[in-house]
Design a protein around this ligand. Structure first.
Ligand SMILES: Nc1ncnc2c1ncn2[C@@H]1O[C@H](COP(=O)(O)OP(=O)(O)OP(=O)(O)O)[C@@H](O)[C@H]1O
Length: 351
């Protein structure tokens, strides 16, 4: 098997057939000449008695918390790494269905089946190894890895190859990655193990400890909407439904959106600390560029209403949410394998 490069050239990427982003929440696959063909929750349900795969993706996700004992609903990806390689391979094989086979056949002239994978910034060698093993299981014989921050910046259409600073914050489910880029390189970057899931967990924990209410995960989204809605003076409240911790019965409580907002503050502070730490490591000229251009916010959590506003207030910098923020990384990598990216050298952190 061919060894894997961490910073491949654009030429090496152009030889790849598919671009893959295996995230804690969702798995995305972009096929060369086929576009984004998979965008599914990274979830698989198996029958523990027979080992059979029962469902993957969206269908498996709806089974969470609703299965009998013999069905296990698993997330093969956590904290930015594939933690169950076999399950990840089964899940990918299933969501790709026949799409990959046809693509391999069409590209039979190519001597080696190659895949490009986005890796979270600063991921450990074991996480990279797990991603490579996962792709080998799908038939790839060479795997090129690109830092998610670079592919997301490309996917957002940021002029990363120019000698001026651009800043990107990719807030996913389990991690948030922050970088300042210039001339195709990461000038400074940081990853924190906090994302949309930690923010949701902070809200769930607040309701359990202060209102003795267990909130089902699907009830957190409507609460986000309330948090993002402008308040016309006074104290805004919103009604949430859950299960009483003591009695187990369904009930609702009225919660003040401001109180929920402060419950979300600890995980958000971790994101803010990462932004300030990255800015502190940049030269003043680069920081001056960012004063005008601001921060590009990407990742699925960029959909969270009010997150951009909170970051704007805390940093005093303009914050723009990328169009389709959750798929920018795989679409950026897709643009690289399609050869649609202006020539540049992809390199690790500048010394
Ligand atoms: N409309 C929305 N409102 C609030 N949060 C949202 C919305 N859509 C997605 N999210 C959040 O975005 C997160 C998923 O983001 P994304 O798809 O970028 O994750 P991922 O790439 O799989 O994760 P990671 O990068 O951490 O491996 C989840 O925490 C989810 O709750």
């Amino acid at each position: 098997m061919t060894p894997t490069a961490l910073y491949p050239t654009l030429g090496q990427l152009r030889r790849c057939t598919m671009a893959v982003d295996i995230g804690a929440a969702r798995t995305r696959v972009y096929l060369r000449g086929g576009g984004l063909v998979v965008d599914e929750p990274s979830v698989a349900a198996i029958d523990t008695r027979t080992g059979a795969l029962i469902a993957v993706g969206k269908r498996a996700e709806t089974m969470f918390g609703r299965t009998p004992d013999h069905i296990r609903v698993a997330r093969p990806v956590a904290g930015g790494a594939v933690v169950d390689i076999e399950m990840a391979q089964r899940m990918l094989r299933h969501v790709l269905g026949g799409k990959l086979g046809r693509r391999w056949m069409r590209l039979r002239g190519s001597p080696v089946m190659r895949a490009a994978v986005c890796m979270p910034h600063g991921s450990a060698p074991i996480a990279r190894r797990a991603a490579v093993e996962t792709m080998y299981g799908l038939g790839a014989r060479r795997v090129e890895m690109v830092d998610t921050l670079i592919s997301a910046a490309v996917g957002c259409g940021l002029p990363v190859e120019h000698p001026e600073a651009t800043m990107i914050v990719v807030c996913g489910a389990g991690t948030t990655q922050v970088a300042v880029l210039s001339l195709g390189s990461l000038v400074a970057a940081e990853t924190v193990p906090v994302g949309g899931d930690a923010i949701d967990r902070a809200v769930v924990d607040h309701l359990r400890s202060n209102h003795a209410l267990m909130l089902p995960s699907q009830s957190v989204r409507p609460l986000h909407q309330a948090l993002g809605a402008p308040t016309a003076g006074g104290t805004a409240t919103t009604e949430v439904y859950g299960r009483d911790v003591a009695s187990g019965l369904a009930r609702s409580v009225m919660v003040e959106t401001e109180v929920v907002r402060s419950a979300m503050r600890p995980p958000l502070n971790a994101v803010l600390d990462a932004i300030t730490s990255v800015l502190r490591r940049c030269a003043p000229d680069l920081v001056a560029d960012l004063g005008d251009r601001g921060i590009m916010l990407a990742g699925g959590s960029a959909h969270m209403p009010g997150l951009d506003l909170m970051l704007r207030e805390a940093t005093n910098m303009p914050v723009n949410v990328a169009p389709n923020p959750d798929t920018v990384a795989v679409r950026g990598l897709g643009a690289m394998i399609e050869g649609k990216v202006r020539p540049m050298v992809l390199s690790p952190l500048m010394a």
